[in-house]
Design a binder for this molecule. Sequence first.
Ligand SMILES: C[S@@+](CC[C@H](N)C(=O)[O-])C[C@H]1O[C@@H](n2cnc3c(N)ncnc32)[C@H](O)[C@@H]1O
Ligand SMILES: Nc1nc2[nH]cc(C(=O)O)c2c(=O)[nH]1
Ligand code: SF4
Ligand SMILES: [Mg+2]
Length: 215
Amino acid sequence: MAYAVKEMFLTLQGEGVQAGRRAVFLRFAGCNLWSGREQDRASAICRFCDTDFVGIDGLGGGKFADADALAAAALDFWGDGAEGRYIVLTGGEPMLQVDDALVDALHAGGFTIAIESNGTLPVHPGIDWVCISPKAGSDVVQRSGHELKLVWPQPGVGHSLAEVDGMAGWAFAHHLIQPLDDAHAVDNARAAIALVMDRPQWRLTVQAHKYLGLR
Ligand SMILES: C[S@@+](CC[C@H](N)C(=O)[O-])C[C@H]1O[C@@H](n2cnc3c(N)ncnc32)[C@H](O)[C@@H]1O
Ligand SMILES: Nc1nc2[nH]cc(C(=O)O)c2c(=O)[nH]1
Ligand code: SF4
Ligand SMILES: [Mg+2]
């Protein structure tokens, strides 16, 4: 299968339990919850996305003919050294494109594979670190994994507190709250902190890369 990749880059994971870890980010083009066009944002299921995932024109992006070609490009971004190779599959929605061939090729390249997914598609069982970030109004089918990372608050109707308490029972090792980054970031952080103070099953995570000048 061919893969449509928006961009690829080497950075530190900025979010979640693996924050601070050196990682190649592989950002796939396209998402099933928003077209990525600004004129569609207000009518999309997911309306707060902070990412451009349209097209294949980013740095390190392109159309990759097969899994070996994509894994080879990821290894180039990692550079020298076989120690601690870590790749984060993101997007857009990576599960629209991730398949057996890619998982096998990345493992053959020595990568530990992490994914950032909205959970509306089952995550590939070969992935080593599963982060699911539910979006209000979507049907989350992937309710197990390593970390559940809920953006809070979500604009519009959002999740009810009853839904949040329900998610605390989903089979994840870690339950995380990530403040929504928009024009009201300070208020959002306050709301996220208040939620965690009331519900100690949840922990706060922040998008550290945005404070550190990392991609
Ligand atoms: C751009 S998404 C791509 C992966 C996948 N589509 C998803 O939503 O999980 C990567 C992560 O950024 C989070 N995110 C997107 N926009 C955000 C925002 N404005 N503030 C905080 N987190 C955001 C998502 O919830 C997700 O955890
Ligand atoms: N540094 C860094 N960490 C991240 N963690 C999740 C990200 C994403 O967009 O999926 C992201 C990102 O875009 N940059
Ligand atoms: S599901 Fe993820 S990639 Fe898609 S629009 Fe929402 S945050 Fe962005
Ligand atoms: Mg991001």
